[in-house]
Write a protein that binds this ligand. Structure first.
Ligand code: ACO
Length: 428
C-alpha cells in the first residue's frame, strides 16, 4: 500500500497546514494544495510554472530527459510505425486498436468527413483575405449550430459521435479555408483516401485535373499530424479544458482551443520560424542574427519550450522527415534547410543557448517540411489545429468522463485600488 506522504507548510505567523503529496505513475510528485484555502491563503503561479491543473492518463512529457509518450508509447515509435488515425484511436481510447477495431474506427471517421452543405455559405461572409485561422475559429465553433443531436455532454455516446465528427470534419473545414483564400472551388472529401491523403487532396486537387498523391509526402504530413496530436496541458489544451469545465459543448471548446493555438508563442511558431529563416536569408547572416537574439532584440523562433529543457523529441523526428521530403522532391540543397542546420549548429554551441537550455522544438523544422509539401505559410497553424483536434477532444472527454470535474476558477492577487467612494462627475 502506498505510504501517505505529507508536506507541512508553516506561515510566518506560526500557523501551519499539512498537505498530502501525490505521486503519478511517472514524473515528479505534486503537493495537493486544495485545502490551503482553510488558512485563508492561496498560491501565486500566474503562468502555471509549478501547478498541475488536472490528473491525466493521456500524454507524458519529461522535459529534462526529452521524452514524450502517448498513452505510454514513445513518440519516436509511433512516428515510425503507426499512422495518424491509429494514434487518434490510441489517444481517445487508451489502447492501440486491433485490426478489426482499426478498420472500424477508420470507417466511422471516414463516414463523417463531409460538412453540412449549408456550412459552405459561412465562408462567403469572410473577407477573401481572411487568415485561415480566423475562419477556423468561426467555422469550427459554428459546428455546434449544425449538430445539435450530439450536444448532451453527460451522454458518452454523444461525446463519442462529437469526437468522430470533429476528427472527420476539421480537415474538411481546414481545406475549405485554404480554397476560399486562394479563390478556388471547394473539393469534397474522397473517402478512398487515408486521412492525411484526403487532406492533401482537398487542399491541392481541382475539379479540372486528376490528383495523384505522392506517398512520401503523404507520409510526411501524416507524421506531422502524429507529432502534433497531443502535448498534455499546453496553452490550447488548457483552454479547451477550462472552456469545457463550464459545461460548454465540445465544438465551442475546440474553437476556443484553436483561438489559443493561433499565437506565435504556441501554434503560430512554425509560421514565425519559417518567416525568420526567410528574413535571415543567407548562411552568412546567421552569426549576426544569433547575436541579435542574445542582445534580446528578438527571439529565435522554433527554439525553447516551457517544458523541454533538452532536445524536443519531435524535433529529431521532424529533422529526419525534412531530409526525406527534400530528397524526394530533389531539393537536397534547399537553402532554408541549410540555413536551419547552420542556425541550429551555431545556437547549440553558444553559451547563451546552453545556459538558457534552449533547444530546437518541433516547429523549427516543421515549417520547412510544410513549405516543401506546398502548404502556404498561413495554413501552417491550421495544419497544427487539425492534428491537435484529437488531443483536445481526448483531454476534454477525459475531464467530462471523470464525472468529478468542477468549473475551473483561478484566484488572483489583487493589487488594485482599495475601497473608495464614488465622486459625482462635476466634483472630479
Ligand atoms: N530565443 C531567445 N531567447 C529565448 C527564447 C528564444 N526562442 N525562448 C526563451 N528565451 C529566453 C528568454 O529571453 C528568457 O531569458 P532571460 O531569463 O535571460 O530573461 C528565458 O529564455 C526564459 O524565457 P521565458 O519566455 O520565460 O520562457 P517560457 O518557458 O515562458 O517560454 C516559449 C517558452 C514561449 C516557447 C519561448 O521559448 C519562446 O518564445 N520560443 C519561441 C517561440 C516558439 O518556438 N514557440 C513554440 C513552442 S512549441 C509549440 O507550441 C509546439
Amino acid at each position: 500500500m502506498e505510504k501517505n506522504r505529507i508536506a507541512t507548510l508553516t506561515l510566518d505567523d506560526g500557523r501551519s497546514i499539512e498537505l498530502p503529496i501525490m505521486s503519478g505513475t511517472l514524473g515528479p510528485d505534486v503537493i495537493d494544495i486544495r485545502n490551503l484555502g482553510k488558512l485563508g491563503i492561496f498560491t501565486y503561479d500566474p503562468a502555471f510554472f509549478s501547478t498541475a491543473s488536472c490528473t491525466s492518463a493521456i500524454t507524458f512529457i519529461d522535459g529534462d530527459a526529452g521524452l514524450l509518450y502517448y498513452r505510454g508509447y514513445p513518440i519516436e515509435q509511433l512516428a515510425e510505425h503507426s499512422d495518424f488515425l491509429e494514434v487518434c484511436y490510441l489517444l481517445l481510447n487508451g489502447e492501440l486498436p486491433d485490426g478489426g477495431q482499426k478498420a472500424e474506427f477508420s470507417r466511422r471517421v471516414t463516414s463523417h468527413t463531409m460538412v453540412h452543405d449549408q456550412m459552405a455559405r459561412f465562408f462567403s461572409g469572410f473577407r477573401r483575405d481572411a487568415h485561415p485561422m480566423a475562419v477556423m475559429v468561426g467555422v469550427v465553433g459554428a459546428l455546434s449550430a449544425f449538430y445539435h443531436d450530439s450536444l448532451d455532454i453527460s451522454n458518452p455516446e454523444h461525446r463519442d459521435i462529437s469526437a468522430l465528427r470533429m476528427l472527420a470534419k476539421v480537415p474538411t473545414i481546414a481545406a475549405m479555408a485554404h480554397k476560399y483564400y486562394i479563390g478556388a472551388p471547394f473539393m469534397y472529401p474522397k473517402n478512398k483516401f487515408g486521412y492525411a491523403e484526403n487532406l492533401m487532396y482537398m487542399m491541392f486537387a481541382t475539379p479540372a485535373e486528376d490528383y495523384i498523391p505522392n506517398p512520401v509526402l503523404v507520409r510526411a504530413l501524416d507524421r506531422i499530424l502524429i507529432l502534433h496530436a497531443d502535448h498534455e496541458q499546453n496553452a490550447s489544451t488548457s483552454t479547451v479544458r477550462l472552456a469545457g469545465s463550464s459545461g460548454a459543448n465540445p465544438f465551442a471548446c475546440i474553437a476556443s482551443g484553436i483561438a489559443a493555438l493561433w499565437g506565435p508563442a504556441h501554434g503560430g511558431a512554425n509560421e514565425a520560424a519559417l518567416n525568420m529563416l526567410i528574413e535571415i536569408g543567407d548562411v552568412s547572416r546567421v552569426k549576426e542574427y544569433v547575436q541579435g537574439v542574445k542582445d534580446k532584440k528578438y527571439r529565435l523562433m522554433g527554439f525553447g519550450h516551457r517544458v523541454y529543457k533538452n532536445m524536443d523529441p519531435r524535433a529529431a523526428v521532424m529533422r529526419q522527415t525534412c531530409y526525406e521530403v527534400l530528397k524526394e522532391l530533389k531539393l537536397e540543397n534547399n537553402k532554408l534547410f541549410e540555413l536551419a542546420m547552420e542556425l541550429e549548429r551555431v545556437a547549440l554551441s553558444d553559451p547563451y543557448f546552453i545556459d538558457h537550455k534552449l533547444y530546437p522544438n518541433v516547429d523549427f523544422y516543421s515549417g520547412i517540411v510544410l513549405r516543401a509539401l506546398g502548404i502556404p505559410t498561413n495554413m501552417f497553424t491550421v495544419i497544427f489545429a487539425v492534428a491537435r483536434t484529437v488531443g483536445w477532444i481526448s483531454q476534454w472527454n477525459e475531464m467530462i468522463a471523470s464525472g468529478d470535474h468542477k468549473i475551473s476558477r483561478p484566484r488572483q492577487l489583487y493589487r488594485g485600488a482599495v475601497k473608495r467612494d464614488y465622486v459625482p462627475v462635476k466634483k472630479r
